[in-house]
Every structure is written in structure tokens, then in C-alpha cells.
Design a protein around this ligand. Structure first.
Ligand code: 5GP
Ligand code: ZN
Length: 110
């Protein structure tokens, strides 16, 4: 999607501090980290959020979820937190689905 920030990062039109990439997903550091380690994991194809995933897209979602632990381990994290904000009322600001991977030390409860 041409006016989507994360699609621009996928296309290489905007820079990002990448930590993992394969054919289907990209992981890069959040520009405004909310924890010592804060990585965003996104599908390369534009999916708005969890509520709009189409039948054919679930394998990509599953793949992204499968890669969260290896990405966390590559960052030296054993425990970590995963959040996806879904829709404006859920706090979503960038409407290209992403998982926040947060860790580093003991995270506060919520
Ligand atoms: P949301 O609120 O949509 O769940 O999260 C969007 C996240 O994207 C925020 O944590 C924000 O800091 C991050 N973000 C916004 N713009 C950029 C950017 O240009 N580059 C990177 N790396 N992260 C961004
Ligand atoms: Zn997009």
C-alpha cells in the first residue's frame, strides 16, 4: 500500500534498523522503544490488522508468530512480551499489522 509507513520500510523507501528478514516477514527496532529491547515484527505484505486477515494470509501470520521466539533469542531474551494493538480503540497507530516484541530485564506487570 503506497501510503503505508511499514510498506515503505519493506520496500526500502524508508530506513529501519533491521534485526531479521525472510521472504514473508521483517523485524526491526521500534523508533521509540518502550522497553530495553523493542522490536516490531511485520508481515511483508500489507495486512491492516488481526481483524482483517484473509483466509489465504493466515500462514503468514502463523509464520510470524513462529519466528518471535527465535528473534527474541537472537536478542538474548529468554522472557519477553508480545503485543498487537488492534484497531484505533486498541491503540493501533500504524495500520499495517505488527507485533511488538518487548524485553530486557523484568518487565512490569499490567
Ligand atoms: P502501534 O501503536 O500502531 O501498535 O505501534 C506503532 C509503533 O510504530 C510505535 O511503537 C512507534 O514507535 C513505531 N513507529 C512509528 N513510526 C516508526 C518508524 O518510522 N520507524 C520505526 N522503526 N518505528 C516506528
Ligand atoms: Zn503496509
Amino acid at each position: 500500500m503506497s501510503d503505508c509507513l511499514f510498506c515503505k520500510i519493506v520496500a526500502g523507501d524508508l530506513p529501519a534498523d533491521k534485526v531479521y528478514e525472510d521472504d514473508h516477514i521483517l523485524a526491526f527496532r521500534d523508533i521509540a522503544p518502550k522497553a530495553k529491547t523493542h522490536i516490531l515484527v511485520i508481515p511483508k505484505r500489507h495486512i491492516t490488522n488481526l481483524s482483517t486477515v484473509e483466509e489465504s494470509e493466515w500462514p503468514v501470520v502463523t509464520h510470524a508468530l513462529q519466528q518471535l521466539t527465535p528473534i527474541a533469542h537472537s536478542e538474548g531474551l529468554e522472557g519477553f512480551r508480545v503485543i498487537t494493538n488492534n484497531g484505533a480503540d486498541g491503540g493501533q497507530e500504524v495500520f499495517h499489522m505488527h507485533w511488538h516484541l518487548l524485553g530486557g530485564g523484568r518487565l512490569p506487570g499490567f
